[in-house]
Design a protein around this ligand. Structure first.
Ligand code: ADP
Ligand code: MG
Length: 188
């Protein structure tokens, strides 16, 4: 059935349902189950636009090492525009809230301590296909596995102190951006 979903060559950022179903990370937050409720569902008409915003943090290790400027340069040179940005510092409680999704994981407590151990820079970024392209730019979570030339390969110190955060879905990019920024703090 997935072969019925056609991509429009004039809209390179539109994703076919086939692409979404093949993406095990489900970056686009689409529930296939919900589509089954539409009685007049026409598969060839279903196309979904990838979002154009993501959220990042320059983490305490990179900030402390004086790498914020170099990292922001790489981000801008990769075509991302800054929509909102601030230097700040999380409390352990706020770090715990931000990373609540990882609460059950063994590294959660360490992660919250680390993320509140020093200043960070938080930013909302804009670019076509922002979430996916930013994940490519930063590289794998563990810098040992990150591709050459990625931000984490160049700047990360360890799997925990890995220089930058990048949202993993359009939905989380919005939640994370809203966590830090009011509408007044954003470029319109
Ligand atoms: P990513 O930041 O690449 O999306 P995750 O969402 O899985 O990675 O994890 C969130 C953060 O938790 C990572 O960026 C890293 O700082 C930390 N982390 C992830 N896995 C580990 C681990 N195995 N040990 C210690 N810290 C980890
Ligand atoms: Mg993540």
């Amino acid at each position: 059935m997935s072969g019925l979903f056609l991509k429009n060559p004039n809209w390179p950022n539109l994703l076919t349902l086939k692409q979404i179903t093949e993406n095990s990370q489900s970056q686009y937050g689409i529930s296939l189950i919900s589509l089954n409720f539409a009685p007049t569902f026409k598969p060839t008409n279903i196309i979904i636009m990838a979002g154009n915003r993501t959220f990042t943090m320059i983490k305490p290790d990179a900030f402390e090492a004086g790498n914020s400027g170099a990292i922001l340069k790489m981000i801008e040179e990769a075509g991302f525009k800054i929509v909102a940005m601030k230097a700040t510092r999380l409390t352990p409680e706020l770090a715990g809230k931000f990373y609540e999704v990882h609460k059950a994981r063994p590294f959660y407590a360490d992660l919250c301590n680390y993320m509140s151990s020093g200043p960070i820079i938080a930013a909302i970024l804009e670019k076509d296909n922002a979430v996916e392209d930013f994940r490519t730019l930063i590289g794998a979570t563990n810098p040992a596995n990150a591709a050459e030339g990625t931000i984490r390969k160049i700047f990360a110190k360890s799997i925990e102190a890995n220089a930058v955060h990048g949202s993993d879905s359009d939905e989380n990019a919005k939640i994370e951006g809203d966590f830090y920024f009011s509408q007044l703090e954003r470029v319109l």
